[in-house]
Design a protein around this ligand. Structure first.
Ligand SMILES: CC(C)(COP(=O)(O)OP(=O)(O)OC[C@H]1O[C@@H](n2cnc3c(N)ncnc32)[C@H](O)[C@@H]1OP(=O)(O)O)[C@@H](O)C(=O)NCCC(=O)NCCS
Length: 227
């Protein structure tokens, strides 16, 4: 059972060591995404350090026996998050991006993809939602910590624990639903959210076939509401 192995989910405060770990996990798990295209330096210094320190985004690392096994990044400001992140901290964003480009010039190609996402999110925000609005921005578990053998041996379903971690926070500030945007091709993640009782709606974001996930949060317990 889970007590056979030391496990914890640790909320981070934006320090650079944790931010570097989060950037590594992010690239390993969702390296195909638009933000990942801006490179390790941008992810670490801007997303997982600056934005966490400024309170725009929260993030946590799942640790098994002291090793990083997964991450969750989430915000209660989904409507304005993407826009505000760049508008409020343009110098920090530009500096982090320059450092990324120096390390890996291919990052230049990712800039257009990321800008497209940002503008798409802005028009969504105008049309659809207002803050506070809960969103799981990124989450994932390294394959070694989600294979059947590991789950059977430890009793740990880290993916559920990470989502529950974010849900606990949202429940604590009185939100009743959390959303996530997932590529339509990401079958395992869609299956995962469906299993938790989420509704799933098709839409196109920045030219990419996507799914909008809406997961209810039980108001009393804070637990994810299962069907
Ligand atoms: C999302 C994630 C955490 C889910 O992990 P998990 O809960 O351990 O789930 P699994 O990987 O076991 O898969 C979830 C379900 O999808 C199924 N599945 C796995 N691969 C699949 C595939 N290629 N096609 C269809 N279904 C698949 C599994 O059988 C499982 O269903 P079950 O629970 O009924 O057996 C994990 O897939 C992950 O880390 N993915 C990479 C990061 C990512 O894409 N994050 C989401 C976007 S930010």
């Amino acid at each position: 059972m889970s007590n056979q192995v030391a496990f914890k989910i640790r909320e981070v405060d934006g320090n650079l060591d944790d931010a570097t770990t989060l950037a590594r996990l992010h690239l390993a798990l969702v390296g195909y995404g638009p933000v990942a295209g801006l490179g390790r330096g941008f992810l670490a210094r801007f997303c997982y350090s600056k934005l966490v320190k400024e309170g725009l985004m929260r993030a946590a690392i799942a640790e098994v026996a002291g090793e990083a096994a997964g991450l969750v990044a989430y915000t209660a400001r989904a409507a304005t998050f993407h826009h505000k992140a760049i508008r409020s901290y343009p110098f920090s964003a530009a500096l982090s991006l320059c450092l990324s480009v120096i390390t890996d010039p291919r990052v230049i190609l990712g800039v257009f993809k990321a800008l497209r996402l940002m503008f798409a999110r802005q028009s969504d925000a105008d049309r659809l939602i207002a803050d506070p609005c809960a969103e799981i921005l990124t989450f994932g578990v390294l394959p070694a910590y989600r294979d059947r053998e590991f789950v059977r041996a430890t009793g740990l379903k880290i993916s559920e624990r990470l989502v529950q971690h974010a849900v606990d926070y949202f429940q604590g500030i009185g939100l009743t639903e959390v959303q996530a945007v997932v590529y339509a091709t990401n079958r395992p993640t869609l299956m995962f959210y469906r299993m938790l009782g989420a509704s799933i709606e098709s839409f196109v974001q920045a030219g990419i076939q996507s799914r909008l996930i809406r997961l209810p949060i039980a108001p009393q317990s804070g637990a994810v509401t299962r069907p």
